[in-house]
Design a protein around this ligand. Structure first.
Ligand code: NAP
Length: 265
């Protein structure tokens, strides 16, 4: 493995990797094998027992743009990769501003969104409040996979029965009154999703356009059973250079190291 002189003056490129997605973890695992890189993997601390890669890990918010700028300077970070969830708009905005302030290179690793096929029955809505409203006035049995922190809009439409799937137990005080909680961690297979939709007699699915392969099969199952889906569209994120793949992020890092080498000769 070749190592390069970098802006931090060390022979390793010092990377802050903002995680929260499967792709972020896979990238961290790849960086753990790369001796030209010293990566710090950062999580917000939302998942109680996250799967952690074999690199340095820090957990918790930075304290907005100022806090992140201070952290980046103290840790002498050469480059940042934002692999947070496509709905983590606040963190993605913060990192764009902090990196612009400090002139630190930034790349966003974001998987493509799901796209409906002709057989899908999706209603695309702009946000969670619209998703709750779109369920309508007749009581329905809803598979709700928007995340345990996003239940408030559905507490305001309490006439539906919600089957809520989450990695961690939601706060009981924040659950809609008529709810079944299923604790499970992706990936989910097509067979398991078909069985869940049938067993729970689901007549509508509410989800965010996360785009993950690991959680796609509920949409395939809904299509096969002709169940409608309310799909919350992605928020618009602050502009930043993007890649959709872990391989793309690794290539970007190689270019960065190469450019630093050229600057140092
Ligand atoms: P958010 O609204 O964009 O972030 C809220 C705050 O959490 C940020 O302002 C930041 O605090 C802190 N934060 C977020 N990601 C962080 C990271 N990787 N490392 C350190 N601090 C982080 O995001 P969110 O929607 O609450 O999601 C929180 C985390 O869960 C994200 O990392 C995201 O990737 C992951 N996640 C989110 C969803 C979702 O549907 N939103 C789904 C799966 C996973 P400071 O301002 O104090 O720095």
């Amino acid at each position: 493995m070749v190592s390069f002189p970098t802006p931090s003056g060390t022979s390793q490129t010092r990377i802050l990797l903002l995680g929260g997605t499967q792709e972020g973890r896979l990238l961290a695992e790849a960086l753990a094998q790369d001796r030209s890189v010293a990566a710090v993997y950062s999580l917000a601390g939302v998942t109680r027992t996250p799967i952690l890669p074999d690199v340095s890990v820090r957990i918790g918010g930075f304290g907005g743009v100022d806090g992140l700028c201070e952290w980046l300077m103290t840790a002498r970070i050469d480059a940042v990769i934002d692999a947070t969830h496509p709905f983590a708009a606040r963190m993605s905005g913060t990192v764009v501003r902090a990196c612009a302030t400090l002139h630190v290179p930034l790349l966003r690793l974001v998987r493509p969104g799901w796209v409906a096929s002709a057989e899908d029955r999706w209603e695309i809505v702009p946000d969670l409040d619209s998703a709750a409203a779109a369920l309508g006035s007749d009581p329905r049995r809803v598979l709700l996979t928007t995340g345990r922190k996003d239940l408030a809009p559905f507490c305001r439409t309490p006439h539906h029965h919600y089957v809520i799937r989450s990695i961690d137990m939601p706060d009981p005080d924040r659950l809609p009154p008529d709810a079944t909680v299923i604790l499970d961690r992706p990936p989910f297979t097509l067979q398991a999703e078909l069985a869940l939709l049938r067993a729970q007699r689901i007549d509508i699915v509410v989800t965010k356009n996360a785009g993950s392969d690991a959680t796609f099969m509920k949409l395939e199952a809904a299509r096969m059973l002709d169940i409608p889906v309310i799909m919350v569209a992605r928020p618009i994120l602050a502009a930043a250079p993007e890649t959709q793949t872990v391989a793309g992020a690794l290539a970007w890092l190689r270019h960065l190291s190469h450019d630093a080498t050229l600057r140092s000769v």
